[in-house]
Ligand binder design. Structure first.
Ligand SMILES: *[C@@H]1O[C@H](CO)[C@@H](O)[C@H](O)[C@H]1NC(C)=O
Ligand SMILES: *[C@@H]1O[C@H](CO)[C@@H](O)[C@H](O)[C@H]1NC(C)=O
Ligand SMILES: *[C@@H]1O[C@H](CO)[C@@H](O)[C@H](O)[C@H]1NC(C)=O
Ligand SMILES: *[C@@H]1O[C@H](CO)[C@@H](O)[C@H](O)[C@H]1NC(C)=O
Ligand SMILES: *[C@@H]1O[C@H](CO)[C@@H](O)[C@H](O)[C@H]1NC(C)=O
Length: 507
């Protein structure tokens, strides 16, 4: 349950950021174009590891970054030249930073992939201290970005602020920075601060200082020691003097969530958008055209509402229509429904109101809290005529046609705009035709962008294929994309129901 929940939001996040990351990647490629061609003969600066030499290599180094990839993964291919370039810079760094890669798709390395909890590709992990400490890589994916992020990660978790120059470098109005202010660094408070900085270093930047006057905002007369968190939103900074490790960690995490998260094309907002989607809270998303004359009214009403729901485990986001094509595809919404608000619960249940006025949001939320709203389920109409070899499934008939059908169903989730799905279409046709005379095998497809996908299925991208056997077993298909591979998989996993089998026997 917990995992499927994560994937649901991961999926949405992916779609939200889709249009934006594509432009970023295209720019990066343009910039790198000239250099890439002549470099193929050079030996790679990235170490190739597999199960036979992984532990031995990692244990020799204090700081190793490992990319888990799959040969067929497009984002991995995009990352490869950037990662290579970063590796060639970082091997010369002092202390050296080792970049390595593991083909997690290779059966030999499945054990490694599961040990490091690899659920998608590419995934990068930072292994410190001979592999004893494992940290998620949360940095950028361009060569320069990787270098900069890793240089910071290999150094101390918190850097000392000794001048206003140091302060300017560390604290900006685009990100969160946490600064510990001490009268000396030999106290237990400083130790606790450093512990928290180590724990949270992949998400935040930390600094420490002996001189309060160097900080750009806030009272200078607060009694030391204290911790000041600078943030680019809401009250701009906030202090604490509670130095218990758990309390300090909670302070950092809870203070760094905006009252309302903004989603637009500004990349400095994206870390907060990530946090919004990673939170276990109920999520409310308001989509408005930020250029619309009513936007300011919407914004102030929405902030008021968000404030009034503080402490109720509900997170609020406002998204600009101009940046939200991905979200609209994901939810199957149309621009003429804007302004609109969606509420999504952790199990994927959604509530929706479109064409709303600023005054209607508060009432709508109140009705939600009272349980008087009807959930919204997106489904295409079921087709009248479903005679093609590959059958069409929609949200409204998914149970009947797949999960409770007592047939062996291979179901592809696709989207109309997905190129790999178009490539797969004739192959699925071929598979469907080859099973045409076997009534217990069905090949089907569902447009995941026009239908809500139930939580049993973890669809993180398109195409994704699942196999639901006649006995009710559900498997994700992760094999090759040839007709032969798919047919062999179905033959191996289909459950042939004996005439005498009763439902009881199967269960
Ligand atoms: C690890 O072993 C693989 C072959 O099993 C080899 O290709 C690779 O170069 C080795 N890596 C290191 C760092 O020795
Ligand atoms: C603290 O920083 C301020 C501003 O740069 C400076 O004027 C002052 O001398 C510093 N105090 C100490 C004790 O270094
Ligand atoms: C440091 O953290 C520990 C563990 O949370 C706590 O017991 C201790 O009181 C903290 N020290 C200070 C000075 O707050
Ligand atoms: C919010 O979530 C926390 C942690 O899961 C829980 O302890 C608390 O009771 C929740 N508050 C409300 C108002 O539901
Ligand atoms: C948002 O509103 C502006 C001004 O009314 C308009 O020019 C723009 O096309 C709108 N954007 C979208 C995506 O509809």
């Amino acid at each position: 349950m917990a995992t499927s929940r994560v994937w649901t939001f991961f999926g949405l996040l992916l779609f939200l950021l889709l249009s934006l990351t594509l432009t970023v990647a295209a720019e990066a490629e343009g910039g790198a174009g000239g250099a890439a061609a002549g470099e193929e003969a050079e030996p790679s600066a990235v170490l190739t590891l597999d199960a036979s030499n992984f532990s031995e290599t990692v244990s020799k180094h204090p700081f190793v970054v490992v990319e888990f990839y799959a040969p067929w993964c497009g984002h991995c291919k995009k990352l490869a030249p950037e990662y290579e370039k970063a590796a060639s810079v970082l091997t010369k760094h002092d202390p050296p930073v080792i970049l390595a890669k593991v083909d997690a798709n290779d059966d030999l390395n499945k054990g490694l992939a599961s040990k490091y909890e690899i659920k998608g590709f590419p995934t990068l992990r930072i292994l410190r201290n001979g592999g004893k400490e494992i940290q998620e890589y949360k940095g950028p994916r361009s060569a320069d970005g990787i270098v900069e992020y890793l240089k910071k990660q290999v150094g101390p978790a918190s850097s000392e602020i000794e001048s206003s120059d140091d302060a300017d470098k560390l604290i900006s109005d685009k990100k969160i920075t946490i600064v510990g202010v001490f009268s000396e660094f030999s106290v237990e408070e400083y130790e606790n601060f450093t512990t928290v900085a180590e724990k949270l270093r992949s998400d935040y930047e930390f600094g420490h200082t002996l001189n309060t006057s160097l900080l750009p905002r806030g009272e200078t007369t607060v009694k030391q020691p204290f911790v000041r968190l600078f943030k680019p939103f809401d009250e701009l900074f906030i202090d604490t003097q509670d130095f218990r490790v758990d309390a300090l960690q909670r302070f950092v995490e809870s203070s760094s969530i905006p009252i309302v998260t903004t989603f637009n094309k500004d990349p400095s907002n994206h870390p907060f958008v990530m946090k919004f989607f990673n939170s276990p809270n109920v999520k409310v998303l308001l989509f408005v055209n930020f250029s619309d004359e009513l936007f300011d009214t919407f914004k102030s009403k929405y902030y008021e509402i968000a404030e009034s729901y503080k402490g109720k485990n509900i997170s609020f986001l406002v998204g600009d229509l101009d940046a939200s094509q991905g979200a609209f595809q994901f939810f199957g919404l149309r621009e003429d429904q804007v302004p609109l608000v969606i509420l999504q619960e952790n199990d994927g249940t959604k509530f929706l109101k479109s064409n709303l006025k600023p005054d209607q949001i508060a009432l709508w939320l109140k009705e939600y809290m009272e349980g008087s709203l009807k959930p919204y389920r997106k489904s295409q109409p079921a087709p009248h005529n479903n005679n093609d070899p590959v059958k069409v499934v929609v949200a409204d008939n998914l149970n009947e046609m797949v999960l409770n059908s007592k047939k062996n169903v291979l179901l592809e989730f696709y989207a109309p705009w997905c190129g790999h799905c178009k490539k797969l279409a004739p192959i699925l046709d071929e598979v469907a035709v080859s099973f045409e005379n076997e009534a217990d095998v069905i090949i089907a497809k569902m447009d995941g962008s026009a239908n809500d996908i139930p939580n049993e299925f973890q669809v993180r991208g398109y195409p994704t294929m699942y196999f639901s056997s006649a006995s009710g077993k559900l498997l994700q298909y992760e094999g090759g994309r040839t007709a032969e591979d798919i047919i062999n998989f179905i033959q191996k996993n289909r459950h042939v129901i004996d005439e005498h089998d009763s439902l009881q026997d199967e269960l």
